[in-house]
Design a protein around this ligand. Sequence first.
Ligand code: C2E
Ligand code: MG
Ligand code: MG
Ligand code: MG
Length: 279
Amino acid sequence: KNKGLMGSERIKLLRKEPFHSTPKLTLQNKYRKYLEQANIEKEFVIHYQPQIDLASGEIVGMEALLRWNQPTLGVISPTQFIPLAEETGHIHALSEWVLEQACRQNKQFQEDGYQELKVAVNISTVFLQNDHFIECVQRVLDQTQLDPRFLELELTESFFIQNVGEATDKLNQLRAMGVRVALDDFGKGYSSLHYLKHLSIDTLKIDREFVKELSQNRYDRYISTTIINLAHHLNMNVVAEGVETVEQLEFLKSKSCNGIQGYLFSRPVLAADFVKLLA
Ligand code: C2E
Ligand code: MG
Ligand code: MG
Ligand code: MG
């Protein structure tokens, strides 16, 4: 009944609530409760979104994107449950599962005779900081027999900000294993150029924020062009996410962006449907 109240009014009202009142089962608490009981194998599913090489027009990779199909609540977005899983610690088991599934799927595509693809897996900073992270990646590669050059881990800046020493160390270990590394959502956070200078990264992913209004907003065009040039000068691959229109595609192509991902080509789909795209 308090839904209509705005900011300060609402705060005043909340302050008046008696200390012993029963806490409302907020959406977050509900998710937390269901996450604790979740059966990973049964409730989680990975969708794959193709990555297109702009020079050849071919599918060269796929990004694994996790979905939670909660039996009572329905499909929950990763932007909702990943932060929660990080808080509760479920992120570790979940990440290990995604990594293994994605590598296994990629290996399966290769065995079925499709073109060689790179599979990109999003890695939470919390999971990266796990002492067993490197071990886990190695075990998954051993078990699935996927050649490490077909695995790309998408990391975000928060990892480098928290502990540059640890980040450099882990990055070097991944590189030594032959795994590729992408910096996701570039431009969205601090985007310190310091990291780009000191860390060996294969791919820079331009955040969707700059792609969304490419056709209408010249500042977004300047920024995207600058990120593409920066990546190329640093010998990195650059991929734009969230490409929805032909205009965006043409612009990125004209600036020699290496790859794109977006609804224009395909939404993230189940592996069974990804095969149709490959065919
Ligand atoms: P992200 O890694 O930046 O992934 C790109 C997001 O943009 C995905 O959202 C994708 O579905 C969406 N997208 C792709 N093309 C388009 C487009 O043309 N238009 C629009 N509007 N959206 C597009 P999604 O799947 O909801 O994932 C959101 C975020 O959740 C991801 O952002 C990633 O940070 C995180 N995430 C997803 N799966 C995992 C996972 O397995 N582990 C971890 N740690 N994080 C994950
Ligand atoms: Mg990503
Ligand atoms: Mg991204
Ligand atoms: Mg993003």
